[in-house]
Design a protein around this ligand. Structure first.
Ligand code: ASP
Length: 409
């Protein structure tokens, strides 16, 4: 059953790719319009259904997860290990990004001025470190209903954690509340399993949309940069993260891929780690056998805070912009980029192109021109697919490592 679902999702990806390419190169062919219309409809239904179930999944899984975790003998160890491995995996990603950009220099020989068309159409939405910090911390403590209605994930996470802590502190007094929340989590996950069942169609439709909406011109000009970014993101996902996982757990790449592919393909197609949370949770618990008390803690928090692909991208893109602007960044400035890329990745919500917003802060931290975002935005839909898949893979890897290190003690 599990293998069948995995197989269906790969068929969905392939079908989406083939149909998308066919329509892209034969836009006037009979039926192209109808196929595109249906693809958009199916893609919208899929993404909306993930968003529909997202807030209940986050609320129930974190509140129940923390309530259980707090009674866990090693709860503080789980906290420390989770954040430690979030940091380690993102740090490795940034080092990889900075190293590869210094090595390949894909912006060398080009200059910002050749992108005059994009630069002229660009309206700057600037965000500096102070404003970002204010907004970031401001979104923690808010009316929970407002946060839920507006999809403010950080606000929902904070409230869910507080509910979880309160249940744990209350002990016997809140046993019934815990039971009810646990029951509701079960109901929510049942709905998730139906959505996962539908995911091959949703993924296929999203890929048709993705392929048909790309315009080739800017892609050709930026091909070296795009190839380095995709290559390094894949390297992090196929070599660095699996090595880290193998080192601590002896789980190999094939086993990781088999257990995680549902979630990674959904992340790739939706470009949203948050929308993928329901699928990631179900893959991690059912396929990779991570205990619910760890999975329900690490996955929802990781989806908003642990973003290896985004961290790699923000650091690399800053160096690319420096290249384009003819600015040589010294080691001290690259260190600043290391820090701001990490903060930017932690602060970016798990939604499409969120990394582009926090990217402004990274550029500003070392005085690079914000207009360069105009060049990066049109190619972002494509790059976002790979980095979101690796963001989700990072969360899965950390949950497996934490589980192993806890069990070994
Ligand atoms: N789309 C990414 C995610 O959801 C965030 C980003 O834009 O980097 O994980």
């Amino acid at each position: 059953m599990k293998n069948k679902a995995n197989y269906h999702i790969l068929v969905g990806v392939l079908a989406g790719l083939l149909i998308g390419l066919y329509i892209k190169f034969n836009p006037l062919a009979n039926g192209s319009d109808s196929i595109l219309y249906i693809a958009e409809l199916v893609a919208d239904i899929f993404v909306s259904s993930l968003k529909m179930i997202l807030i209940p999944v986050i609320f129930f899984s974190i509140s129940v997860g923390i309530a259980n975790l707090s009674s866990h003998k090693q709860s503080s160890k789980i906290w420390v290990l989770t954040f430690l491995f979030f940091f380690i995996s993102m740090a490795l990603a940034i080092i990889l990004g900075l190293g590869s950009m210094n090595l390949f220099q894909p912006g060398r020989g080009m200059s910002l001025s050749i992108f005059s068309e994009q630069l002229n159409n660009f309206h700057q939405a600037s965000i500096n470190l102070n404003l970002f910090t204010k907004q970031f911390f401001g979104s923690f403590f808010v009316n929970p209903l407002k946060a839920m209605a507006e999809g403010n994930i950080l606000g929902v996470i904070t409230f869910s954690m507080l509910v979880g802590f309160a249940i744990a502190r209350g002990g016997k007094e809140f046993v019934e509340v815990k039971k009810i929340l646990n029951g509701l989590l079960g109901v929510t996950m049942k709905i998730v399993s139906w959505i996962v069942h539908f995911s091959p169609y949703g993924v296929s439709a999203l890929i048709i949309k993705l392929v048909t909406q790309q315009s080739p011109d800017l892609f050709l000009t930026l091909s070296k940069f795009i190839m380095v970014i995709i290559g390094m993101t894949l390297f992090h996902g196929i070599v660095v993260l699996p090595l880290l996982l193998y080192f601590f757990t002896k789980i190999n790449l094939v086993a990781l891929w088999q257990g995680a592919r549902e979630a990674m393909v959904t992340a790739f197609a939706t470009s949203s780690s948050s929308a993928t949370i329901p699928v990631t949770l179900s893959a991690v618990e059912k396929n990779l056998k991570v205990k619910p008390d760890i999975a329900r803690f690490v996955i929802p928090i990781g989806a908003t805070m642990n973003m290896d692909g985004t961290a790699l991208y923000e650091a690399s893109a800053a160096l690319f912009v420096a290249n384009l602007s003819g600015i040589d960044l010294e080691i001290g400035q690259q260190l600043i980029i290391f820090c701001t890329a990490m903060i930017g990745a932690i602060g970016a919500p798990g939604i499409p192109s969120a990394g582009m917003v926090t990217m402004a802060m990274v550029l500003q931290s070392v005085g690079l021109p914000l207009e360069a975002l105009a060049i990066l935005l049109p190619i972002d839909r494509l790059l976002d697919t790979f980095r979101t898949a690796v963001n989700v893979e990072g969360d899965i890897v950390v949950s497996l490592i934490v589980q192993k290190l806890i069990r070994n003690n």
